[in-house]
Design a protein around this ligand. Structure first.
Ligand SMILES: NC(=O)c1ccc[n+]([C@@H]2O[C@H](COP(=O)([O-])OP(=O)(O)OC[C@H]3O[C@@H](n4cnc5c(N)ncnc54)[C@H](O)[C@@H]3O)[C@@H](O)[C@H]2O)c1
Length: 254
């Protein structure tokens, strides 16, 4: 039996990039997936990938930074699938600039999507996950996985808003684990290093080379590298892991 057979997952920012690969991997492990992104129509490709693996998919247009939209999304998932077992908070944006020149708008936009969005979905799924019980009353709980970043641990010039948001996600992950652990809801974060994606494609070559020099494994990560770690954390092999920040960064930092 596949490790996530019968599980229902929500993945935000799943239209492309890392989120798309996470949705695909969770489906490959047996989960049905709510594919969430800003616009429902952007989710079509990922929905096709999930369905191609023989799993059910639901496309949901949701802005993770808007409380009412997040609550409506979780409600729709529960109406469709009956429950939610796995929550992956992956949606994220950057608006880089040196902090002395950073506008209030760029600060707020990044904090609202990356940190507040993670909080809103965590709050919305907490109660439904706590209600997940087996027929014999055993607490099944659920799993929340937040996508942080290596720079949320080490800081990075030019990314005051982004690094603060990811540092916040790390602290939120630890607090969530402490608050919900007694109901068997686990919460961990994956901290990717430099991953090949639309987010990093735009960086100049000299910046990419500087990063490569710091990576012992001498390659940039792929979205699949992150998805494999998320699937592990979502499954039974990670039953006793909560409140942890797992770095997937080729050895960039220890
Ligand atoms: N690419 C990297 O090197 C890297 C490194 C560390 C961490 N991360 C993190 O991984 C996650 C995914 O990154 P990616 O590289 O795949 O980025 P990406 O830009 O390719 O994809 C992000 C997705 O999130 C969606 N999104 C943005 N704002 C949203 C909102 N308000 N509501 C709903 N969806 C929204 C976008 O539409 C997009 O589909 C992010 O949290 C990012 O911070 C990426």
């Amino acid at each position: 039996m596949s490790k996530l057979e019968g599980k229902i997952a929500i993945v935000t920012g799943a239209a492309r990039g890392i989120g798309q690969q996470i949705a695909k991997k969770l489906a490959a492990e047996g989960a049905d997936v709510a594919v969430c992104d800003l616009k429902e129509e952007w989710c079509a490709e990922t929905v096709g990938l999930v369905e191609g693996l023989g799993r059910k998919a639901l496309a949901v247009g949701v802005n993770v930074a808007v409380s009412a939209e997040v609550d409506a999304c979780v409600k729709k998932v529960i109406e469709t699938f009956g429950k939610v077992d796995i929550m992956v908070n992956n949606a994220g944006i950057t608006k880089d600039g040196l902090l002395m020149r950073m506008s209030d708008e760029d600060w707020d936009a990044v904090l609202n999507v990356n940190l507040k969005g993670t909080f809103l979905f965590t709050r919305a799924v907490a109660r439904p996950m706590m209600k997940n019980k087996a027929a014999d009353g055993t607490q099944l709980g659920g799993v929340i996985i937040n996508i942080a970043s290596v720079v949320g641990i080490m800081g990075n010039a030019g990314q005051a808003n982004y690094t603060a948001s990811k540092g916040g996600v790390i602290a939120l992950t630890k607090t969530t684990a402490k608050e919900l652990g007694s109901r068997n809801v686990r919460c961990n974060a994956v901290a990717p290093g430099f991953i090949q994606s639309k987010m990093t494609d735009v960086l100049p070559d000299d910046v990419k080379k500087a990063y490569m020099d710091t990576i012992p494994l001498k390659r940039f990560g792929t979205a699949e590298d992150i998805a494999k770690c998320v699937a592990f954390l979502a499954g039974p092999d990670a039953d006793y892991i909560t409140g942890q920040i797992i770095s997937v960064n080729g050895g960039m930092i220890g």
